[in-house]
Design a binder for this molecule. Structure first.
Ligand code: ARG
Length: 274
């Protein structure tokens, strides 16, 4: 009987925690509507916080990348530190899911994940399918190429094979450029390291990659250089949510605090000014 009782308690406790999760909008877990914001209050069932699933594409140092230096494979970076700050501030447990950049918005739309942080830019076409927080970082696009290849401005890409990440604003930028620049051929690839590899082995002539990411790859690959280019659309990063999500307001308040408290500046120093 005692056993029965504790089983019952257990069942009740997990039922409770499921209710709490449902109430806090982990659409990723419930497969349902995640309109409600994470409450941040501890549940009766053991003080568990609601869980929110964040999707990222961890091929983008210093924003998000796999760090194996400690012996185990961990996803770290600027976005991950910010996500942890937001989780603490808003009051949820953070789970990070890695996927191809091109799969992030579909995962959001089908509510398999609650939000996306992936150095993602709120460009107009994306606003049709997702809502975005305020921007937390600005960026510029660059041409990455072999050292000395003299590809410093967009016109130099005439007749060149240019690598970009599939589904990125850089791909959009290259498509825009190709309308006016003769013979610019686009090669879209899933992951940034694949693009860098193509470049190093001369299968493409250049890549369009954003400045801070280009900086890292050119520092660790001495045969490569980058040149900042003028761009038609602004770059930069914000958090993406399913359309209509009430979490946007909560996240914006926490992002404001991140900025006002000086914590964002600290993280910018930590990840971008090494
Ligand atoms: N800022 C660009 C965009 O929104 C590229 C982001 C790529 N991010 C990544 N984690 N690979 O399209």
């Amino acid at each position: 009987m005692k056993k029965m009782n504790s089983l019952l308690t257990l069942a009740l406790a997990s039922a409770l925690s499921i209710t709490v999760l449902a109430g806090c909008g982990t659409g990723a877990q419930q497969g349902g509507d995640n309109k409600q914001a994470a409450s941040g209050t501890d549940s009766a069932a053991g003080g568990a916080k609601p869980k929110m699933v964040m999707a990222t594409s961890a091929d983008y140092p210093p924003y998000e990348f796999h760090d194996t230096s400690s012996g185990k494979d961990e996803i770290v970076g600027f976005d991950i530190d910010i996500a942890n700050y937001l989780a603490k501030e808003i009051g949820f447990d953070l789970e990070v899911k890695d996927m191809d950049f091109n799969g992030l918005l579909p995962a959001l739309q089908s509510k398999r994940v609650d939000f996306v942080m992936a150095g993602m830019t709120p460009k107009p076409e994306r606003l049709e399918n997702a809502d975005f927080s305020d921007m937390y970082y600005d960026a510029k696009n660059t041409i990455v190429s072999k050292k000395g290849s003299n590809l410093t401005k967009t016109e130099d890409l005439a007749g060149k094979k240019v690598g970009v990440q599939l589904g990125s604003i850089q791909e959009g930028e290259a498509q825009e450029l190709a309308k006016n620049i003769q013979g610019l051929e686009i090669k879209s690839l899933n992951k940034i390291p694949e693009i860098v590899q193509e470049l190093k082995s001369n299968r493409i002539d250049a890549a369009i990659i954003e400045d801070t990411v280009a900086k890292g790859y050119t520092e660790s690959n001495q045969d490569l250089e980058f040149n900042v280019i003028a761009q038609s659309t602004p770059a930069g990063s914000a958090v993406a949510f399913p359309k209509g999500s009430e979490n946007v307001t909560k996240f914006n308040a926490a992002i404001k605090k991140l900025k006002d408290s000086g914590e964002l500046d600290k993280l910018i120093k930590k990840w971008f000014e090494k």
